[in-house]
Design a protein around this ligand. Structure first.
Ligand code: UDX
Length: 463
């Protein structure tokens, strides 16, 4: 919305939310989320044509176009628990709009929703329309899913690969096309029917996650055979039909979208009796779980099969760099498994707060033992006396550290597990570390560094 306000000075954007604390934060200098470039855009527009308020009623009454951007979490109970999207917020937005709308409105689904949600929204709107005596007014429903990724949100919005708008009434679709056309070339603004637009969002995320799971599955095979997953990635990525992006092997994907959307897709397929299709996509999520667990298994195995009472320095807790977001971060599984085994985990992350990590653990039913889970304000504190460094997020600053100094402060043998293939592994090995990376054979001072043929060893089958 801030980008729309910035690009379209003649449009007034009112952002309304029931949460007073959040709106107060949006009106302050400390914005409630961190995103590179966001603050500059908010500062340029706030008070000009961008306003934040808790007056939902006035927001609805004043608007010609309403973006419904509520969250659609996974249902935690009842039918479809753990997989189906919980649409209670969408439904209540529909009821609130119907209640306060004084004239015809365009209502845009911005949230990621299961296919056919627009039909449900339309029913709620029109049913309540009749009851509140507003007959004669119409609601035009559009679907406009968002494809930005966290950490690069402002750049993605500024220069999107495409904007997708789904709708049944051409004139309403054109209103939204004209807004985006302020800065997006028209050939990149795709219009479809409502259901194609809704489904495309789920499929885009499922396909991206599938690429990560595909390369992660191959990373396991690389570890067994002596192939190097980065070389395989490069080799296949230069095939223009495959492309280079989203082929970085990792400890697994995280974030608020991928897993949620795939599980939702799986659930929808099952609802339509398409069991094979459901199983196909379920495997993408299963592979991700496997990746997180086997990486942690490798840590425990290398540290002589126990991490009990050992200090482990974890670099990065966010689900990826340039964000403080910890939703579904793979760090949860890794840290939980380490602590289950008795490790003392000391996390350093430039943007994540300990309380946010603890809240995410709680959401997943894990009560953290305070004695085992510490956040440090510097990487030095985390590595002091540690047995291992574990890289879980690809923050750029992790590449700039003096690892020889870290090495001198650690227990020996000192291990480094690079869950993002971020660092110079041969250089670290020269410093003295035993290095374990994703999809690469182990390198340590008592083994040959990786050579073109790849050093080959049969790893323990338990990880
Ligand atoms: C994603 C989609 O990219 C975006 O279009 C959609 O609107 C929301 O969901 P986001 O969750 O912000 O965006 O992050 P993304 O950059 O897609 O990364 C998702 C996860 O995959 C991260 O944990 C990331 O580290 C991991 N990943 C990504 C890899 O492990 N390897 C890769 O090559 C790419």
């Amino acid at each position: 919305m801030a980008t729309i306000a910035y690009k379209c000075p003649e449009i007034t954007v009112n952002i309304v939310d029931l949460n007073e604390a959040r709106i107060a934060a949006w009106n302050s200098d400390a914005l409630p989320i961190y995103e590179p470039g966001l603050k500059e855009v908010v500062d340029a527009c706030r008070g000009r044509n961008l306003f934040f308020s808790t007056d939902v009623q006035a927001g609805i009454a004043d608007a010609d176009i309403i973006f419904a951007s509520v969250n659609t979490p996974t249902k935690t109970q009842g039918v479809g628990a753990g997989r189906a999207a919980d649409l209670k917020f969408i439904e209540s937005v529909g009821r609130t709009i119907a209640q306060h709308a004084n004239r015809s409105k365009i209502v845009i689904e911005k949230s990621t929703v299961p296919v056919k949600t627009a039909a449900a929204l339309e029913r709620v709107l029109t049913a309540n329309e009749l009851h509140s005596g507003t007959v004669g007014k119409r609601f035009y429903i559009l679907s406009n899913p968002e494809f930005l990724a966290e950490g690069t949100a402002m750049a993605d919005l500024d220069n999107p690969d495409r904007v997708l708008i789904g709708g049944q009434v051409e004139q309403a679709v054109q209103v939204l096309v004209d807004i985006y056309a302020h800065w997006v070339p028209r050939e990149r603004i795709l219009t479809t029917n409502l259901w194609s637009s809704e489904l495309s969002k789920l499929v885009a995320n499922a396909m991206l996650a599938q690429r990560v799971s595909s390369i992660n599955s191959i990373s396991r095979l690389c570890e067994r055979t002596g192939a190097d997953v980065s070389e395989v990635s490069r080799a296949i990525g230069t095939d223009s039909r495959i492309g280079r992006k989203f082929l970085n092997a990792s400890i697994g994907f995280g974030g608020s979208c991928f897993q949620k959307d795939i599980l939702n897709l799986v659930y929808i397929c099952e609802q339509f009796g398409l069991d094979e299709v459901a199983q196909y996509w379920q495997k993408v999520v299963d592979m991700n779980e496997y990746q997180k667990k086997t990486f942690t298994g490798r840590i425990i195995h290398a540290l002589f099969n126990t991490v009990s009472r050992k200090k482990i320095a974890v670099f990065g807790f966010a689900f990826k760099k340039d964000t403080g977001d910890v939703r579904e971060t793979p760090a949860l599984t890794v840290c939980d498994m380490l602590m289950q085994d008795g490790a003392m985990v000391h996390v350093y992350d430039p943007k994540v707060k300990r309380e946010d990590a603890v809240t995410e653990f709680k959401y997943h039913g894990v009560e953290v033992d305070d004695k085992l889970f510490t956040f440090t304000s510097t990487p030095e504190e985390a590595v002091e006396g540690a047995h291992a460094i574990v890289i879980l997020t690809e923050w750029d600053e992790f590449k700039t550290y003096k690892y020889d100094v870290f090495y001198s402060k650690m227990m020996k043998p000192a291990f480094l597990f690079d869950g993002r293939n971020l660092l110079d592994h041969v250089g670290l090995q020269k410093v003295g570390f035993e290095v374990h990376a994703i999809g690469k054979p182990k390198i340590s001072s008592d083994s040959e560094p990786i050579n073109r043929a790849g050093s080959f060893s049969m790893p323990d089958p338990t990880y």
